[in-house]
Each structure stands twice: as structure tokens, then as C-alpha cells.
Write a protein that binds this ligand. Sequence first.
Ligand SMILES: NC(=O)c1ccc[n+]([C@@H]2O[C@H](COP(=O)([O-])OP(=O)(O)OC[C@H]3O[C@@H](n4cnc5c(N)ncnc54)[C@H](OP(=O)(O)O)[C@@H]3O)[C@@H](O)[C@H]2O)c1
Length: 221
Amino acid sequence: MKRPYITLKFAQTLDGRIAARDGSSKWVSGTRSRELSHKLRAENDAILVGIRTVLADNPSLTVRHVKGKDPVRIILDSALRTPRASKVVKGAYRVKTIIACAGRKPGKKSALLEKKGVQIISCASKKGNVDLKKLVHILYKTGLRSILVEGGRGVITSFLAAGLADKIVAIISPKILGSGTESVGSLGINSMKGAVKLGFKSVRHLGDDVICRYNVIAAKV
Ligand SMILES: NC(=O)c1ccc[n+]([C@@H]2O[C@H](COP(=O)([O-])OP(=O)(O)OC[C@H]3O[C@@H](n4cnc5c(N)ncnc54)[C@H](OP(=O)(O)O)[C@@H]3O)[C@@H](O)[C@H]2O)c1
């Protein structure tokens, strides 16, 4: 199956949290890492996040801290809960914005979002959420060749579980939370033998953060 090249990127504390218990993630990483995140956005054809990230952070998902082109914005949102007042919807006529949902029939919610310039793609999985394999294939057919998956945990976990990850960029910040949202949720792996295998690409520091890049060697779990 043809699909875009997929990079999973997240900023986590030293103890593996991408957000605190109250859902706040501003800011896990430092200023210089945030510039890197915007550079990664500009290098990819599309950026993808889950609805819970939109509800928690109301992100713009655009390129601002560096020069570069805004990627197509994609939200996984089974039941079309994305608020019409959110930044992604409000900017949809300026930056192409796709909401991937799991509804089978077009309805009032999709019509209202489409009126705001949002493109809706429906591809339901048997579980009732968005079928990632179908989605990335559709996105490939529309010409998208690279996707930066920015989280949150549910989305990162699903891409890994579906074997749909080629590269990981993990930003590790010198902070400890002790609780909160982990970067990756359960993959049903019980022993070290089953671990997702990664190949080292590079490590560097940016300000106080450490940037680790890996190729995913075997992601299917
Ligand atoms: N530090 C960082 O790098 C970073 C980056 C991004 C987000 N965050 C933080 O992460 C938190 C949000 O993470 P989260 O895990 O709660 O939510 P999330 O991953 O942003 O969104 C998950 C939601 O996406 C929808 N979805 C639809 N199809 C899916 C599929 N196939 N697989 C997975 N999800 C699918 C589901 O809701 P429906 O079924 O209703 O559609 C699901 O609950 C926030 O606190 C945010 O601030 C941190």
C-alpha cells in the first residue's frame, strides 16, 4: 500500500510525559526546540494531530518561528467535535485543513465545517474511530508525500500500533512531572522481545533539550 513518509514527533519530559495531569503542555520544550518543531512542519507536506490536542491546546499548526510553507493540517476527529471557533477551523480558507472522521453519512456538523473551508474525509475503522491505514492511503492519492504526526499520546500510539511510522523525533526536556500524559500509551507489549525496534540516527542538544532521531526498524506490534 502506497502511503506518505511518516515522522512521529513529540516533546517529552525526562520521565516521558508530553503533558501534565491538567492537560497543559505549554511548554514542555524550550524555545530553540520549538523553532525546530516549526522547521519540521515546513519540511513536511502535512501535519496531523488528534482532536484531544485541538481541544486542549487550540493550536494553529502553522509555521511561524521559521520561514517556510504551512503544511496541510489534518485532525483525527471521529465525531466531528472540532469547535468551529478553533484556530484550525477559523484559518481553513488560508491553510488547507482536513478533518478525518468516522461518520458514514454527511450531516449537519460536516456541512457547517465545510462551509468554513474544512475538507472532511470519512474513513471509519471497525473500532469506530478513524482507520489510519485507509486515511494515509487516501492522503497519498491526493499528493501528500510526508506527514509530521505531532501527537498527542493516543495518536502517536495508534500510528505505532498500526506500523505506520518511519521516523521518530523525540525532544527530551530537562523536566520531571512524575504524572501526566505519557508520550506513548499501551501497545500491548509484554516483554522486551516485543519492543518496537529503532535505529539510531542522531542526537544533539538544542539549548537545554536533547533531540533524539531514530528510524523505525520494526513498528508492527
Ligand atoms: N508535548 C507534546 O509534544 C504534545 C504534542 C501534542 C499534544 N500534546 C498533549 O497531549 C494531550 C492530548 O493527547 P491525547 O492522547 O489525550 O489525545 P490525542 O492523541 O490528541 O487525540 C486522541 C483522539 O483522536 C481521536 N482519534 C480518531 N481516530 C483515532 C485513531 N485511529 N487513533 C487515535 N486517536 C484517534 C480520538 O477521539 P475521537 O474518537 O473522539 O475522534 C482520540 O481520543 C494534550 O494534553 C496535549 O497538550 C503534547
